[in-house]
Design a protein around this ligand. Structure first.
Ligand SMILES: [Mn+2]
Length: 322
């Protein structure tokens, strides 16, 4: 499949590259790397993401060229969908996108469905960028420092700075190679982890105050409401990574982060340690993800949803839903 996709990249001229709503480092990094590599091969590329690039990723080469709207599907020979478990994760452009003649779907989520004409889903890979790296080798192309910085950032962020279970020898080897291609880890780390606004830290303080422990500390949860955002002058993008605080509690087997969205929706991010499969829990609620990182959205009033999900998570921990 790697060789087939490498051939598609060589043999077509007009590409749409797209990734999921609420993009993370792997989404933006994978998209940037692929767009830069394709342009290096003299291809026409449009890179699309419905939501804006989070502030901490705006240093990435190409990230300022990502568009948030696309017109007719006829302009593209191929659509490459990155880091999405399902086509509707693209957001509002999914409708346009499904009419592109050929969809190539590249992802590492275990719950990923086969919605493309070509599907390359590799749950054993740390990140979508890691899979792309293999395709780039198969083409083969030599990576510019700009493409390398995108790949490095994608692996760095999807492995939680080389801390999560997906931090494999292979992930580290590719990261190392990106450094030999010109990436400066200190610079990237500074951009991602040491560029917070005072407002974001104030929001974190409010959110930490909501810390809830259930199931004898095996379940830890935090939340951010719309009111907290208003109070601190922040936006949802500023909550990125907050789930790692309940996750860092020694007794926590499942960490949950609730975000109150517009239009009566609540976004629920889940993290787990070895043993419990939060992708399963997310699937029950109409979402998806990985074994140890998953998410879903629920409609309903803020306080009701929080309580309902916490109760369901307690049952899940107790084995009631397994
Ligand atoms: Mn990813």
């Amino acid at each position: 499949m790697i060789a087939t996709i490498a051939r598609e990249f060589k043999n077509n001229e007009r590409f749409l590259v797209a990734t999921h709503v609420n993009p993370d480092g792997d989404a933006i990094g994978s998209m940037g790397a692929l767009a830069l590599v394709l342009e290096g091969m003299a291809k026409q590329v449009v890179a699309y993401c419905q939501d804006e690039v989070p502030r901490f990723l705006r240093f990435l080469p190409y990230s300022d060229r990502i568009v948030r709207e696309i017109s007719g599907p006829d302009r593209f020979e191929v659509a490459v969908v990155l880091d999405c478990g399902a086509l509707d994760r693209i957001g509002s452009a999914a409708e346009v996108l499904q009419h592109v003649r050929k969809i190539i779907h590249i992802d590492h989520h275990s719950s990923s469905g086969d919605f493309g004409q070509l599907n390359l889903v590799r749950p054993e890979c740390s990140s979508t960028a890691e899979i792309l790296y293999e395709i780039f080798q198969a083409i083969p192309v030599s990576l510019t420092p700009e493409a390398a910085e995108n790949i490095y950032t994608a692996i760095l962020t999807d492995t939680g700075s080389f801390r999560f279970a997906n931090t494999t020898a292979r992930a580290l080897a590719i990261a190392s190679e990106m450094v030999s291609h010109g990436v400066v880890p200190q610079k990237v780390a500074g951009e991602i982890y040491e560029s917070m606004s005072p407002e974001r830290i104030q929001l974190l303080a409010l959110s930490l105050d909501t810390l809830t422990l259930r199931s004898n500390g095996r379940l830890a949860a935090m939340r951010v409401s719309r009111r907290m955002l208003e109070e601190t002058g922040t936006s949802f993008i500023d909550t990125d990574g907050f789930v790692n605080y309940p996750r860092a509690i020694s007794t926590a087997e499942i960490a949950i982060f609730f975000r109150e969205m517009d239009s009566d929706q609540v976004n629920v991010s889940l993290r787990a340690r070895a043993g419990l499969n939060v992708a399963e829990f997310a699937r029950i609620h109409g979402g998806g993800g990985h074994h140890n990182a998953a998410a879903f959205r629920v409609k309903g009033s803020w306080s009701e949803v929080v309580e309902k999900v916490l109760t369901a998570a307690e049952e899940f921990i107790a084995g009631g839903l397994q």
